[in-house]
Design a protein around this ligand. Structure first.
Ligand SMILES: [Zn+2]
Length: 228
């Protein structure tokens, strides 16, 4: 590690995004202990996997990846909760940087032109101050060297998704998203990013909204966690 990096670490200690312990110079974003405990998703292929199969129920998407399983008792679950609260924006960006670093070997960056976050509803953004998926997307964009564009809007708040059954969720999100894609950004390879994938309805319906506006676009997906 360079002298400058050493000095930065002394002045502004880098913290593990999960447990907040100060990182060793050899560690990046996440400490060794958390890294071992991470409920990692065993990703074999970005062309066929569980997250993709869930989203295929809703829309044709090309490549897909996720980092880990969503486990309610784990610290990894806590980071996803923390980024949803006010003040978690910076953490969201860090999580995005970490996620993009973790998937560098998949070479997903080479398969996309632009990163698009799944939108949150306006009411949520107003209380929280930001959209957590956008923060993750921004962090990923920094590492992947790809622009982040808000090409989608969520039309209406509706009923909270977590209170609904799988079937109801599917119905509840259809028609909730609208794409606004400038002419210059049509026909691009889009990476849709969200924090957690559950039924695939949300991200699938976002993909549908993009394809309804721009049939030449190709869409890939990435979420931090899979709630299997
Ligand atoms: Zn840690």
């Amino acid at each position: 590690m360079s002298l400058i990096a050493d000095l930065c670490n002394i002045l502004l200690p880098r913290k593990c995004v999960v447990c907040q312990q100060t990182l060793e110079p050899s560690e990046q974003y996440i400490c060794t202990s958390c890294s071992i405990q991470m409920p990692r998703y065993p990703l074999q292929s970005i062309e066929d996997n569980e997250p993709l199969r869930k989203v295929w129920n809703f829309a044709p998407v090309q490549y897909g990846a996720t980092l880990m399983y969503y486990r309610h008792q784990s610290d990894f679950h806590n980071i996803l909760i923390k980024i949803k609260y006010k003040g978690g924006a910076q953490l969201g960006i860090k999580i995005g940087e970490w996620a993009a670093t973790e998937i560098t070997h998949l070479q997903l960056a080479e398969k996309i032109d632009v990163i698009v976050p799944v939108p949150a509803d306006r009411k949520r953004i107003k209380t929280r101050g930001y959209n957590q998926a956008e923060m993750i997307a921004r962090g990923m964009g920094r590492i992947m060297h790809r622009p982040v564009m808000n090409l989608l809007i969520k039309k209406d708040t509706g009923t909270s998704q977590t209170k609904l059954s799988q079937k109801a969720r599917k119905e509840n999100t259809i028609g909730k998203y609208e794409a606004n894609i400038p002419q210059d950004w049509r026909g691009k390879r889009i990476l849709l990013v969200d924090d957690v994938l559950t039924t695939g309805a949300t991200i699938g319906n976002c993909a549908q909204a993009i394809l309804a506006t721009d049939s030449q676009a190709t869409i890939s997906i990435f979420t931090i966690a899979l709630d299997a």
